[in-house]
Design a protein around this ligand. Structure first.
Ligand code: URA
Length: 204
């Protein structure tokens, strides 16, 4: 007798989606990482933020934007009047990609193949959370959400659309501010970042 193939159960809550994602081996990035860093936030949120990938701290703690970039992000959210607890915060790629240099793990940018592999999870997060607006923090998030290469310096502050048809506001990645050595440029870019977040807050 031929046994009927039983379909894998489809997660219908964020909690079950998170549990399903914890077993993800869709790409090799899960191997060296400590754990998956899935999105954080309520089951339904008007506002969703998408970053690039977890960093060293996020990989160890299991939550997005808890390291140095997260501190900048939190402060900018506060200035823009956004309560992070009301928003859903996630990443385009859910495992930390790094190069080992001695004791240090150095961030390594995910490539398009890795972004596309992980899009599976981001799509399901978007479908469940049903945000009114998604903020793309940097080029990897913008690429994942829109399926296109987006030049952040030229298009920040613009409203594009995700592949699911959700409006996507383009802005910088907060870690960009950490890399600017010129104090004046850093202050200007930070003001622009807060202005982009304020625009997101006013839109929803
Ligand atoms: N950078 C990201 O893009 N996401 C994080 O969660 C942390 C740093």
């Amino acid at each position: 007798m031929i046994e009927k193939e039983t379909a894998a159960p489809v997660a219908d809550t964020l909690q079950s989606l998170r549990a399903e994602a914890a077993r993800c081996r869709r790409c090799p990035l899960s191997g060296p990482a400590t754990q998956i860093v899935f999105g954080d936030g309520p089951e339904r949120a008007k506002l969703m933020f998408v970053g690039e990938q977890p960093g060293d701290q996020e990989d160890m703690q299991g939550h997005p934007f808890v390291g140095p970039a997260g501190q900048i992000f939190n402060a900018a959210l506060h200035e823009a009047g956004i309560d992070r607890a009301q928003a859903y915060v996630t990443n385009a790629v859910k495992h930390f990609k790094f190069k080992q240099e001695g004791q240090r793990r150095i961030h390594d940018r995910p490539n398009v193949g890795e972004i596309n592999h992980c899009r599976w999870w981001l799509k399901r997060e978007i479908e469940m959370v049903q945000p009114d607006l998604i903020v793309a923090l940097g080029a990897t998030a913008a690429r994942s959400l829109t399926g296109k290469n987006v030049a952040i310096s030229a298009r920040r502050g613009e409203m594009l659309e995700s592949m699911e048809g959700v409006p996507v506001l383009i802005t910088i990645h907060p870690s960009y501010l950490l890399r600017l050595s010129d104090a004046e440029a850093a202050a200007r870019e930070r003001r622009n970042f807060v202005a982009d977040l304020s625009q997101a807050h006013e839109t929803i």
